[in-house]
Design a protein around this ligand. Structure first.
Ligand code: NDP
Length: 294
């Protein structure tokens, strides 16, 4: 099967590398040097326009936002000009459900199938090929997408109709965001109260307040002061905004999600577009005059 992949960012590149190892892969990236370097490294073919990558049997997109994906559809070099009837577009962007439904409707006019298939597991999971993939699609489309997703995913779940994958991913990341903010606040307060961060986490991780943030992210990246640049805060903020929108759309009161969005949005303004998603913890540290080490 010939796969086209658009979006060789922090997570897209390691996902695409798995596809390159499995078969014929054509890649496109807005910053062309990234695509040519990727091609030199993996044996994939780099092309200059989305249109050329769209000539594959299955096209995978992994861009920042759904708007970025929609912006690639039109124009003489756009995806719609290249996609053949019967093709499949799998969007691994952590997207917006309503935007994905609009994209799917436009593709359907050309008899092109669509699945939203956002991923979780971070850049480490992408490199290891162990991502969780949450798919919104018609059942038959999901079955067509599955072999492609298996290249980089370990758990591949069909969670509902088009948009359902995006909705689930947004709620997942709202949980992630509120855990990051809460663990940062709590550990800084405990440090000031005389409890060493490592001790606090050891106890919390054997207790009911534990989370992926307390078990993995803070011990490995904050306490060690390594702070790798893995996932941009701006993208997490986008995800929480989508989750807030989902609650509004479904008529569910969401004061916790809204507060998370507000605090994260302020951190994004203070830290800038290149900041990593764990950097808000640094703000809490700075405000308190404490560094979490251990
Ligand atoms: P990056 O910011 O590293 O990369 C974004 C990619 O999208 C780049 O290839 C960029 O091109 C491209 N892009 C952005 N805007 C446009 C546009 N308007 N037109 C064309 N291309 C565009 O993001 P990530 O790789 O980290 O994330 C990609 C998606 O995956 C996001 O939706 C994110 O939320 C999600 N995700 C990320 C995870 C992570 O750990 N990083 C984990 C799980 C999900 P260029 O190179 O030119 O900038």
């Amino acid at each position: 099967m010939h796969v086209g992949f658009l979006g060789l960012g922090a997570i897209g590149a390691p996902m695409a590398a798995h596809l390159a190892r499995r078969g014929r892969l054509t890649v496109w990236n807005r910053t062309t040097s990234r695509a040519s370097q990727f091609a030199a490294r993996t044996g994939a073919t780099a092309v200059a326009a989305p249109l050329e990558a769209a000539e594959a049997d299955v096209v995978v997109t992994c861009l920042g936002t759904s708007s970025d994906v929609a912006s690639l559809l039109d124009g003489p070099d756009g995806l719609l000009a290249g996609l053949r009837a019967g093709a499949l577009l799998i969007d691994c962007t952590s997207g917006d459900p309503a935007a994905s439904r609009r994209i799917a409707a436009r593709l359907a006019q050309r008899r092109v199938a669509f699945a939203d298939a956002p991923v979780s597991g971070g850049t480490n999971g992408a490199e290891a090929g162990t991502l969780t993939v949450m798919v919104g699609a018609e059942p038959a489309v999901f079955e067509r997408a599955r072999p492609v997703l298996e290249a980089f995913g370990r758990r591949i779940e069909h969670v509902g109709p088009i948009g359902a994958g995006d909705a689930l991913k947004a709620v997942n990341n709202a949980f992630l965001a509120l855990n990051i903010l809460a663990v940062g606040e709590g550990l800084v307060a405990l440090a000031k109260a005389g409890v060493a961060p490592r001790t606090a986490l050891d106890v919390i991780n054997a207790s009911s307040g534990r989370s992926f943030v307390s078990e993995v992210l803070v011990p490995e990246r904050v306490l060690t002061r390594t702070w790798p640049r893995a996932f941009r805060l701006a993208l997490l903020d986008k995800d929480v905004a989508i989750a807030v929108g989902l609650l509004a759309e479904t008529g569910v009161a969401g004061p916790v999600f809204e507060l998370t969005r507000s605090v994260l949005g302020q951190a994004r303004v203070a830290l800038g577009e290149a900041a990593d998603y764990l950097d808000p913890i640094r703000l809490t540290e700075q405000q308190a005059g404490v560094e979490l080490r251990g």
